[in-house]
Design a binder for this molecule. Structure first.
Ligand SMILES: [Zn+2]
Length: 331
């Protein structure tokens, strides 16, 4: 908090750095919208398990006398969370898809047994194959929320289809040439005054749904968002044990250098990262990243890693926009 303003930093769905500012009034409206659009219908209380890189008073403000909010820190190994998750047995489970998939695997193996009423995928793009797998394990629709620095943009209806919140936002479309169903959204948010968002173009490529959604909503339906399907990295802890690091953390380290304009990070071996960057000043970017990664490894008890820098950027616009890739198999 800075005075009465909530200040937040975000890496957004598209992986761009952003700063957001919201007043108490705007925050209250945001909470109301989350309650209305995201929490299960006809349920008025329960426990929400929330897996995130960092907690924020914006998120915990959703809690109330009826909804309890339980934060799970993504930097802790998932294995340490599973027992707490099972004991908690949350009604609502919110996590990035990479984490949801791991929980689903444990559930399928019988190592954790939870019965959430609603599962919500956040922060990363949900891949159809992963979604199918999770839905099979939990026997329910996996929902999505599309939220970033620029606002609370879309959430899924009862059929699991994402709809833009056109009751809160104006969405303009910048179509890709030659592709009538694929666009970059340009958003104007009617609820933001502290930090006005006016005709702001997002980097996410949105594929429009071409058939009407069975829910009957007139709000613009999204088939899918072409975004990141980044990989989880695996490093050695200081004691030699394996430690998983979610893409969001790597993204954050990369964005800590102001000089970096575009990037791809590949983990080529357990103790080696190949970092491709496009930067205004390559030398400065390398120095800043060297320092930032050094600090990240130290703070998280990870063994040092060799960093190889490359000023050539591999083509990003492939089928999947993957900025963070692991190039060796987990064993
Ligand atoms: Zn719908």
């Amino acid at each position: 908090m800075l005075g009465r303003i909530t200040v937040g930093l975000s890496s957004g769905t598209s992986g761009n750095r952003g700063l957001f500012l919201v007043s108490g009034r705007e925050r209250a409206k945001w909470v109301a919208a989350v309650w209305q659009k995201v929490l299960p219908k006809k349920m008025y209380k329960g426990k929400i398990a929330f897996f995130l890189r960092a907690n924020s008073n914006l998120y915990t403000s959703v809690k109330s006398k009826r909804w309890q909010f339980h934060f799970f820190d993504l930097m802790q190994p998932l294995s340490e969370h599973l027992e707490r998750l099972a004991t908690l047995s949350p009604e609502v489970l919110v996590a990035p898809p990479s984490v949801l998939l791991r929980i689903a695997h444990r559930q399928a193996e019988g190592k954790v047994l939870i019965h959430p009423k609603k599962i919500i995928s956040v922060a990363e793009v949900l891949e159809p194959a992963d979604r199918k797998e999770m839905e099979a394990v939990f026997g329910q629709t996996v929902h999505q929320v599309y939220q970033c620095t620029e606002g609370f943009l879309a959430s899924s209806c009862a059929f699991g289809v994402l709809h833009f919140h056109e009751d809160r936002l104006r969405i303009e479309k910048e179509y890709l040439p030659g592709n009538p169903a694929c666009f970059y959204p340009i958003i104007t948010d009617f609820n933001r005054i502290t930090q006005p968002i006016v005709r702001y173009k997002l980097n996410d490529l949105v594929h429009e749904r071409t058939t009407a959604c069975p829910c009957g909503s007139v709000m613009l339906a999204i088939d899918h968002i072409e975004g990141r399907a980044d990989d989880i990295f695996e490093f050695s802890g200081a004691g030699g044990q394996k430690k998983q690091v979610f893409p969001d953390f790597i993204r954050r380290v990369m964005l800590s250098s102001e000089a970096v304009q575009e990037y791809v990070v590949e983990q080529t071996a357990p103790a080696q990262l190949l970092i491709h960057i496009q930067a205004q000043n390559f030398e400065i970017a390398c120095r800043e990243l060297q320092e930032a990664f050094g600090q990240f490894f130290k703070e998280n008890g990870l063994a040092e890693c060799e960093l190889i820098f490359n000023s050539d950027l591999p083509l990003l616009r492939d089928a999947k926009l993957r900025r963070i890739k692991r190039r060796f198999q987990e064993d």
